[in-house]
Design a binder for this molecule. Structure first.
Ligand SMILES: [Zn+2]
Length: 325
């Protein structure tokens, strides 16, 4: 027989009236009333004849012991959801493994309310960031509209064609097709931002307000006592006709940023790409040795990438995930 240990507060209350023993031998002293109120399953379970106090094998300190298949970690989380919030706060679920374990228990014990609460943990940023497709499948399987749509949005951070993921069996091929269609439509919605730069010119208003994009270039014929002129740019202008502003060619590194970012947005139409590419550009420019650009690239690219990120979000916001709930 496993040596049992006692669970921590509030599951060690001296006035508790029943013990749930986890698979790994931890005894949770609980009040039947709280569990009964949380789930009809427990009501039925407690109505079954119990051995009289202190008689049967399955008793401890005069309380009946009910062994359950869940481990102590799952049981602890799960019981905290059942208890009133004055005694135990709802536990924080920030890993998909924990969420799935609790969801399994909630389903098994028909704790509908807890199932809902647990699924809401699916929209936890940390979980979504790590496993958007698994969250999508779990949320849609539970027909949670808000959670499914939120998870779909996070899948835009991953390539259009996903790798196999654990809960793929929870959704149908039609569901997956709906997700891929949504992803593709978002990518298409972002594309016009590349061809038409009104969103840039409208934001800055005039060439004078964004000189960093179209800086004065160093004149190689002008001697500046042997040191580079700090008031002019040595980066060079873009040779491409694309990304011109007010009919001026832009500084070359910005045109490169735009070209590379828009290439990536075709597969992952989301703000994260815009921001991470900007970060790389800042490092690259600082490493390139143009005094003028190095000094101001961070501030300007942070502002600019935020502008592009907002426009990407705006373009994709109206795209609907066509699924039934
Ligand atoms: Zn420069």
């Amino acid at each position: 027989m496993i040596m049992s240990t006692c669970a921590p507060s509030p599951f060690d209350h001296p006035k508790a009236d029943i013990i749930l023993r986890s698979a790994d031998g931890v005894d949770f002293c609980v009040f039947k009333l709280f569990l009964t109120l949380a789930s009809p399953f427990f009501e039925t379970m407690f109505e079954l004849p119990q051995p009289a106090d202190g008689t049967g094998d399955d008793t401890k300190d005069g309380l009946p012991v009910i062994p359950v298949p869940e481990d102590s970690k799952t049981l602890d989380t799960f019981l905290r959801f059942c208890y009133p919030s004055t005694l135990a706060e709802d536990p924080l679920l920030d890993s998909l493994a924990d969420i799935l374990a609790i969801l399994g228990a909630a389903k098994k014990y028909s704790l509908d309310l807890i199932e809902k609460k647990v699924c809401q943990a699916l929209v936890n940023h940390k979980v979504l960031e790590a496993e958007p497709l698994r969250c999508f499948a779990i949320a849609y399987n539970a027909r949670l509209k808000h959670e499914t749509i939120t998870a779909a949005r996070y899948t835009l951070r991953q390539p259009l064609i996903p790798a196999w993921f654990e809960e793929i069996e929870l959704i149908t091929a039609s569901d997956l097709l709906a997700l891929l269609t949504y992803h593709k439509k978002c990518a298409i919605a972002v594309a016009p931002l590349r061809a038409n730069l009104d969103w840039v010119t409208n934001h800055y208003g005039s060439l004078n307000s964004c000189k960093w994009l179209v800086p004065e270039m160093q004149n190689p014929n002008r001697s500046y006592y042997g040191t580079p002129d700090p008031t002019t740019c040595s980066c060079g202008r873009s040779t491409q006709a694309e990304f011109m502003l007010w009919n001026n060619t832009s500084v070359s590194w910005w045109a490169t940023y735009m070209k590379e970012t828009f290439e990536l947005l075709r597969d992952t139409p989301c703000r994260d790409i815009v921001k991470s590419e900007a970060e790389k550009t800042i490092q690259k420019v600082r490493g390139a040795g143009c005094t003028l650009c190095s000094a101001r690239v961070k501030e300007n690219m942070e502002e600019f990438s935020e502008l592009l990120a907002l426009n990407v979000e705006k373009a994709t916001a109206s795209i609907e995930l066509e699924m039934h709930f």
